[in-house]
Design a protein around this ligand. Structure first.
Ligand code: GTP
Length: 211
């Protein structure tokens, strides 16, 4: 039966680490909340802005072609003063959701720098998607959709315009990213809840002569 290992034990879910990246106030936290809190009303994304301090993560269980996957989504702080801390979480990630705000030109112009950070810290093999968020604010748009598409094309990555507020393209964006990661599968781990640290082994390593 699909999902069962030989002997009848159910396979543990795959564990996938995804990191949100992009300038402050582009909507990273709101996108994560929209995706991981089903049924969140439009008012669930507060109009007032509360900056992420440090780092946070949410877990979202999904199933793709009968494969159970646990998405661990790390929400980083976009403020410059947290840059070193935020980028230190890039290591070991399999996927990145790179976000700009279609009403903020600076946030779009910073995308190339974020791409550099991602590849420096996480390698060239990671999957990235580019999101132009706040597409509900059409009257305040300063970044044309074609510019986002062109930038994504230059980097060879998928692109969506999204609205965390109106729940536009959020589910699709994460689906595309997860699918791309699972297709590679090379560095996806199984989520084994128990990490057995045998104290005796640990002690004998510590007391090994010369160590
Ligand atoms: N209109 C609109 N507002 C949004 C949308 N997404 C987020 N916002 C608003 O933008 C502001 C910033 O959103 P956050 O999700 O906190 O942004 P962030 O990128 O996590 O910011 P940092 O934590 O500083 O990195 C908040 O006031 C949100 O309500 C959207 O899709 N549409």
């Amino acid at each position: 039966m699909e999902g069962l290992e030989e002997g009848g034990a159910e396979k543990p879910p795959m564990l996938v680490k995804i990191v949100m990246a992009g300038e402050s106030c582009v909507g990273k936290t709101s996108i994560v909340r929209r995706y991981t809190e089903p049924g969140l009303p439009p008012a669930g994304i507060p109009a007032s802005y509360l900056a992420t301090i440090g780092i946070d993560f949410k877990v979202k269980p999904v199933t793709f072609n009968d494969t159970r996957v646990k998405l661990q989504i790390w929400d980083t702080a976009g403020q410059e003063r947290f840059h070193t801390l935020s980028t230190s979480y890039f290591r070991g990630a399999q996927g990145f959701v790179l976000v700009y705000d279609i009403t903020n030109l600076d946030s779009f112009q910073s995308i190339t720098g974020w791409m550099k950070d991602i590849h420096e810290k996480a390698g060239d093999e990671v999957d990235v998607i580019l999101l132009g968020n706040k597409c509900d604010k059409e009257s305040e748009r300063v970044v044309p959709k074609q510019k986002g598409e062109k930038l994504a094309w230059e980097h060879g990555i998928p692109f969506f315009e999204t609205s965390a507020k109106d729940n536009v393209n959020i589910e699709d964006a994460f689906s595309v990213l997860t699918k791309e990661i699972l297709e590679k599968k090379s560095c996806v781990l199984y989520d084994l809840d128990v990490v057995a640290l045998n104290e005796n082994v640990f002690e004998s390593v510590l007391s090994y002569p010369g160590v």
